[in-house]
Every structure is written in structure tokens, then in C-alpha cells.
Write a protein that binds this ligand. Structure first.
Ligand code: SF4
Ligand code: SF4
Length: 177
């Protein structure tokens, strides 16, 4: 069997300027000071500088970022969820708990009467969204649990999840099954 070749990583040697550090310190300070002057100039013109004034002005979050969950609606307003438990089974944090009830018809046999997510245990991996065969759960709200002295709301229940649809996101799933 041929001997595997070692992957040798050559570290770049530091130049004299880098080893002295003074030039690097001056370079770092020049970047900081340039941002200070840029922000002062922006404030003089009545604009907010590059710093987000959190929590008054939260930083915009990309829609593909995994945020708080929401349950999708059918066109009649009922949950798309069929209480199959796939999401709860896929969840590595075991933080989804579903209580199913019989719909009484053959088309869709079950629906959830309870759907709890323990958001403090959730690791925001998105496995529940991936596992769902009905596109009934999404994590595109752009929201995240807010820090609080009393801690965030621990359990996201079915009422919260069914109504967790911030402006601009559709309640009704576009996917047809
Ligand atoms: S995002 Fe991951 S950890 Fe959170 S509920 Fe979904 S599967 Fe569980
Ligand atoms: S959200 Fe999707 S995966 Fe989870 S129980 Fe409902 S239908 Fe099944």
C-alpha cells in the first residue's frame, strides 16, 4: 500500500514590520479612527452611522436565516400540519411535543391540537423543517427569542406558532399537495 503523503502546511513568516507590531497597531488604529470620522460625518448630516442602535433599531436579518418557527395555514385557516410527528422524530434536541386528534375524515386523518416547541432547548438546526412532508412548519419569521431578565418565553405553543406570521410573510403555504 502506498504511503500517504503528509500534508505539510507552511506558515507564512512574519515580516520585520509585523514582528515589531508598531506598524500593525498603527494600521488597526487607522481603521478604527476612519470609522469614527465616517460615523461623525454621517451624524452631522442627520444620518445614523454604521452602528446599529440596538435594541431600538434591530439589525435586519436575512429571510434565509433560521428564525422562530411558524405553522402554516390551509386556505380555510386550519393548520397544514397532519400531526405525523416527523419533525419531532427528526429533532435532535427533542424539543417538539405534538398532541394529535382524529379529524374524522379519511383524507387527512389527524391534526394537531397541541404543538409545543421548547425554544430554550431548540438548537435552530432546521431539521424539523426539512423533515416535514407537508411544508407545514417554517423558520422564516426572521425573529429570534429576545433576551430578558425573566428569560424568553419558553414554550411556543400552537396558538403562538399559528399566529407567528410577521408582516410580509404568507400564512398560507404556497406548496400544493
Ligand atoms: S430547529 Fe432543530 S432543534 Fe429546533 S425544533 Fe427544529 S429540529 Fe428541533
Ligand atoms: S409539522 Fe410537518 S412533520 Fe411536524 S407533525 Fe406537522 S406535518 Fe408532521
Amino acid at each position: 500500500m502506498p504511503k500517504a503523503e503528509a500534508n505539510v502546511i507552511e506558515y507564512k513568516k512574519k515580516s520585520l514590520w509585523e514582528r515589531v507590531y508598531l506598524f500593525e497597531i498603527a494600521r488597526g488604529l487607522s481603521i478604527t479612527i476612519s470609522h469614527l470620522f465616517k460615523n461623525l460625518a454621517a451624524l452631522r448630516h442627520g444620518k445614523v452611522g454604521e452602528t446599529y442602535q440596538y435594541p431600538e433599531i434591530p439589525k435586519p436579518i436575512d429571510r434565509v436565516w433560521k428564525g422562530e418557527h411558524r405553522l402554516m395555514h390551509r386556505t380555510d385557516g386550519t393548520p397544514r400540519c397532519v400531526a405525523c410527528n416527523c419533525c419531532a422524530t427528526a429533532c435532535p434536541a427533542d424539543c417538539i411535543h405534538i398532541t394529535a386528534a382524529d379529524t374524522g375524515n379519511d383524507g387527512v386523518e389527524k391534526y394537531p391540537i397541541g404543538f409545543d416547541i421548547d425554544i430554550l432547548q431548540c438548537v435552530f438546526c432546521g431539521m424539523c423543517v426539512e423533515a416535514c412532508p407537508c411544508d407545514a412548519i417554517r423558520m422564516d419569521t426572521g425573529k429570534f427569542p429576545e433576551a430578558d431578565y425573566m428569560g424568553p418565553k419558553r414554550i411556543l405553543d400552537i396558538d403562538y406558532l399559528m399566529n407567528n406570521h410577521p408582516d410580509g410573510v404568507s400564512k398560507i403555504s404556497e406548496a400544493i399537495y
